[in-house]
Design a protein around this ligand. Sequence first.
Ligand code: GLN
Length: 455
Amino acid sequence: TDACLKAIDTADALGAFVHKTPELAMGQAKSADDRIKAGGAPDLCGIPLGIKDLFCTKGVPSQAASAILNGFKPEYESTVTSQLFDAGAVMLGKLNMDEFAMGSSNETSTYGNAINPWRRGNDATALTPGGSSGGSAAAVAADLCLAATGTDTGGSIRQPAAFTGITGIKPTYGRCSRWGIVAFASSLDQAGPMTKDVRDAAIMLEAMCGHDPKDSTSADLPVPNFEAMLTGDIRGKTIGIPREYRMDGMPDAIETLWSEGRCMLEDAGAAIKDISLPHTKYALPTYYVIAPAEASSNLARYDGVRYGHRAKLAQGDGITDMYEKTRAEGFGPEVQRRVMVGTYVLSAGFYDAYYNRARKVRTLIKRDFEDVFAQGVDAILTPATPSAAFELGKKHVDPVEMYLNDVFTVTVNLAGLPGISVPTGVDSNGLPLGLQLIGRPWEEGDLLNTAYALE
Ligand code: GLN
């Protein structure tokens, strides 16, 4: 913990930590020492973690990287972080992210973006760590913490993991409680670990998941010992390669990585099967209707009364002025765009044409996966991202170009499935690249084991 706190102080330029909690960390570390001395402490005991700013942490600023939550210190602890602390984990501080987890580059953060510790060869140009869990990815990749929490609504764990050469798993929807995590799109949001390798992901995931009566979508299922399932034996497994993920203009490095991954799994004894997920091309537009719709509803609570920021009001201003001024000042441009899109697709005249249509297409996307799993496919291998980490400032100007970055990850959230990104190669500039494995619902153990064979 001490070493991490020192490393964090010398790495301020990365912008990974937005709030440091050294006293809390040292206190937790001391208790962890006592538990370890007493014997029988869990594996996570004394492990220093970074926590994404989307998690409510009791008495510690939790702002979802938004100005509208300025000064907000929750009175409660999220279920996931309290489970991690019960397992003895230490919190070093809160990590940077896109505002309300909306983004793929960490550039919508009110704190300014985190920076990817990786560079293109000797080129000093700063690159994005990805988003929205960009601070988590940068912190783990730069050894500022041993692991971090992330959340993933459309790829926010897997894409930054791929951009920074770390491992990130989004579990099945319902595995981790969403209670106490600031809501973005409630039917898509899931928490998960971002770690240096698959074994760490298995250990941390076990501590993060489990049934929580405070989240009505939390699954009442036993939590397996995921680490014990890492045998590396995948003989007899069938891995599907979906043809729709072969995009026009895909960089050679991604194409090569994908075929190398396929060979590695084949060498480890898995059977490879070409599969089709025919509705893939509708996933991005479906996601960018459903996610903003849910966000516009979730973000209605930021009214200038209950949380954080309230605009200064002029003489004679009424309650509507307070809402309007507070929300205009507190929400950044991307969040405002999502609220506008969301309220539009949910409005009486357009509900059927957009929101209801998107929900139906979502079902078709989910069925595509169910069909291939029914044909005996155990996991699906795809690239995690369409490119390596890109330059900061490059895509920020064009929202659609930014949204296209999520092309390989959003299907997994729409279908509620577990997905993992594993670092498996580098491009010609030496930048890390990741492959994604998508698993059957609730079979994170098998998924982690397949990823382990790829590592
Ligand atoms: N980049 C996607 C978005 O902006 C996904 C974000 C996420 O997973 N939180 O919505």
